[in-house]
Design a protein around this ligand. Structure first.
Ligand code: PEP
Length: 252
């Protein structure tokens, strides 16, 4: 059975004081959630106080993005090695906001994933369709295209053993509109099938998270679906009580 994972994406919110308090409250609140892996992804500049606040807890820390370059003259970027050095074990790659506002292409996301994995991080690869694409019945085609450069990587088997995928329908992110558990399951099963075509064993072990307005009141129904292995949580991750309830719903 795949161990569930719940990761909070704090996006560009918080400051030293609020991030430290949130991290401490998440650490305390999830102490008894032993049946689920938990992580939070604060803004890069708040990594140090958050890592310190999480010390000794069961909550991992992750980046929200990473450079595809190892190091060098890339102003404003964060290298995978820097995330590791700061105490991170996870990193989100290909979040729809990075794709939409910062020009992350499918190829660039694959390069980021490679760089993250090479540094020893667990990359969380985000995929998902827009509302227009869903209405045009293009969901599976869009996701297949997002996965294609990753599945074509020469060390894909090695990567599959380390990575996580998050299905995040763009129309459900930050909108309050959640995919139904059935809609999520359908796409998760499609993703697992696409991975199985490459490596059936890895597909069975790969964790596929759902993201898009996960809240305490809808988490259990989403996590009950056989191919939903946890959640990537935005808005609700900013409230320790809500995030903790979502983690508890995932624990088994
Ligand atoms: C996200 O940003 O990855 C996300 C899922 O956000 P929200 O939970 O707010 O929809």
């Amino acid at each position: 059975m795949r161990r569930r994972l719940v990761v909070g994406n704090w996006k560009m919110h918080g400051n030293r004081a609020s991030a430290t308090a949130l991290a401490s409250n998440v650490a305390a609140g999830t102490k008894s959630c032993s049946g689920v892996d938990v992580g939070v992804c604060p803004p890069a500049i708040l990594m140090a106080p958050v890592v310190a606040a999480l010390a000794g807890s069961r909550v991992a820390c992750g980046g929200q993005d990473v450079s595809e370059h190892e190091s060098g003259a890339y102003t404003g970027e964060t290298a995978a090695g820097m995330l590791v050095d700061a105490g991170c074990t996870l990193v989100i790659v290909g979040h729809s906001e990075r794709r939409q506002f910062f020009g992350d292409t499918n190829d660039r996301v694959a390069a980021k994933l490679v760089r993250a994995a090479a540094a020893g991080l667990t990359p969380i690869l985000c995929v998902g369709e827009t509302l227009t694409e869903r209405r045009k019945a293009e969901t599976s085609g869009v996701i297949a295209a997002q996965l294609a450069p990753v599945l074509a990587l020469p060390n894909i088997r090695e990567l599959l053993a380390r990575m996580v995928i998050a299905y995040e329908p763009v129309w459900a992110i930050g909108t309050g509109e959640t995919a139904t558990p059935e809609q999520a399951q359908e796409v998760h099963a499609f993703i697992r099938g696409a991975i199985a075509a490459c490596d059936a064993t890895a597909a069975g072990a790969l964790r596929i998270l759902y993201g898009g307005s996960v809240k305490p009141d809808n988490a259990a129904a989403l996590f009950a679906k056989p191919d939903v292995d946890g959640g990537l949580v935005g808005g609700a991750a900013l409230k320790a009580a809500d995030f903790t309830q979502i983690c508890a719903a995932a624990a088994r």
